[in-house]
Design a protein around this ligand. Structure first.
Ligand SMILES: Cc1ncc(COP(=O)(O)O)c(C=O)c1O
Length: 425
């Protein structure tokens, strides 16, 4: 069946609210390559939205899941627990930049964030949560409220849960300094909510959907001091940044701070749905038995896959590989920016292999060009490369190639990107 026929069926059977970035229907995937319903091959620089850091169907991950499925696939950890969950918690507690940690496992990123807020509220006995403009924390009612972007995530879905506040994220090149953000927080404390009512401040160490903006180290450190001063918990949302994507296992490690809680998901289990909250043991143990959980939380297949993912990250040295891929991507995009026939590229930024660049209306300028981004993703797809856009101004392209992508395919993908940038100019 052709992509067009499948699209017609999709449109008739599936609501438009769940938008797909492409009209390409996948039938097979292997590491960084995907084949569609018409047999066309693509390089995948989206990695299922940062889920396949270890590539599609890594043999170690597949083998671990196969072994687990021979034993059992579901008992519900709340009914009959199993060792792989416990062992994964032990492993994550050791790996996370938190002393004396405990870990609870769930299924999706939004669920991890919801649980982090529940735990923070229970521990602090306070209601309010502060997040950031441009931040993304999910699509469930609470996490949508915490997300700092209206269109398309919040339009028509109000009213939003109470006690959620937003302050600007420091974005130097859009005119928001670290001091501006800290001042906004102080203003919030004066105008809207007293600090003694704030349970948590949550942020992504590198904003994902917001446009791959790296939190300045001094900002993270200032937040840590402020949180300690007011008894507020600091939550790092590592759902998109985790598991070697930025060149460290967790991006938080770049900032020399200890968060109180961390949310994880996406690349944790190489494509199997698994998420979690890692946090200081005393805080994690606050909710009473039965207050946390979910039928599928920490599924046996997810846990088995996650153990294999952690092995692969270590054995294939994917943190070092991430830095190497990131460096090469930034170098090549810089060359594309200087190419006279290329569409106008603005800011280029990244941490490890979490790389993004903006398209702007004129060379040397800052004015966002979201229309060109649409043209570029469509052209790249036509040329055999899956790309994702992001950013509060919808003018950013994010590159999330699997960290297991061979050098030749990184170059091939970047060649397609360069060609597509020339073709849309
Ligand atoms: C930083 C961050 N938090 C939370 C989420 C929500 O995760 P999920 O879509 O698995 O619910 C995402 C998803 O993109 C994310 O990037």
């Amino acid at each position: 069946m052709s992509n067009a026929q499948l699209l017609a069926r999709r449109n008739a059977a599936v609501p438009r609210g769940v938008a797909s970035a492409t009209a390409v229907f996948a039938v097979k995937a292997e590491n960084a390559e995907i084949w569609d319903a018409e047999g066309k091959r693509y390089l995948d620089f989206a990695a299922g939205i940062a889920v396949c850091n270890t590539g599609h169907r890594h043999p170690r991950v597949m083998a671990a899941a196969a072994v687990q499925s021979e034993a059992f696939v579901h008992t519900a950890f709340q009914v009959l627990p199993y060792e792989t969950y416990v062992a994964l918690a032990e492993r994550l507690n050791e790996l996370a930049p938190i002393k004396h940690a405990k870990t609870i496992l769930m299924t999706t990123g939004a669920e991890a964030v919801e649980n982090a807020v529940k735990i923070a509220r229970h521990y602090t006995k306070r209601p309010a949560v502060i997040s950031f403009v441009g931040g993304f924390h999910g699509r469930s009612l609470l996490t949508m409220g915490m997300t700092g972007k209206v269109v398309p995530y919040k339009t028509g879905f109000g009213p939003f849960p109470a006690s959620l506040y937003h302050i600007p994220f420091p974005l130097e090149h859009h005119g928001v300094s670290v001091q501006d953000s800290l001042d906004a927080l102080e203003r919030l404390f004066k105008a809207d909510v007293e600090p003694s009512q704030v349970a948590a401040i949550i942020l992504e160490p590198v904003q994902g959907e917001g446009g791959f903006y790296i939190a300045p180290k001094e900002f993270m450190q200032a937040l840590r001091v402020l949180c300690d001063k007011h008894g507020i918990l600091l939550i790092c949302d590592e759902v998109q940044t985790g598991f070697a994507r930025t060149g460290k296992l967790f991006a938080t490690e770049y900032f020399d701070i200890e968060p109180d809680l961390m949310t994880i998901a996406k690349s944790l289990a190489g494509g199997y749905p698994l998420s979690g909250v890692i946090g200081k043991a005393e805080i994690m143990d606050s909710p009473d038995p039965g207050g946390l959980g979910g039928t599928y939380g920490g599924s046996p297949l997810g846990c088995a896959a996650a153990h294999a993912v952690l092995d692969v990250i270590e054995e294939e040295q994917l943190c070092a590989r991430s830095l190497c891929i990131g460096k090469r991507m930034v170098e090549r995009i810089q060359q594309m920016k200087e190419h006279p026939q290329s569409a106008a590229i603005g800011d280029i930024r990244g941490l490890g292999a979490m790389v993004a660049f903006e398209l702007v209306t004129e060379r040397g300028g800052h004015n966002p060009d979201p229309e060109k981004v649409k043209q570029l993703t469509a052209k790249a797809l036509q040329n055999g490369l899956v790309l994702l856009s992001c950013g509060i101004y919808a003018n950013t392209i994010r590159l999330l190639a699997p960290l297991t992508t061979p050098d030749a395919q990184i170059e091939e993908g970047l060649d397609i990107l360069a060609k597509s940038l020339r073709e849309i100019n």
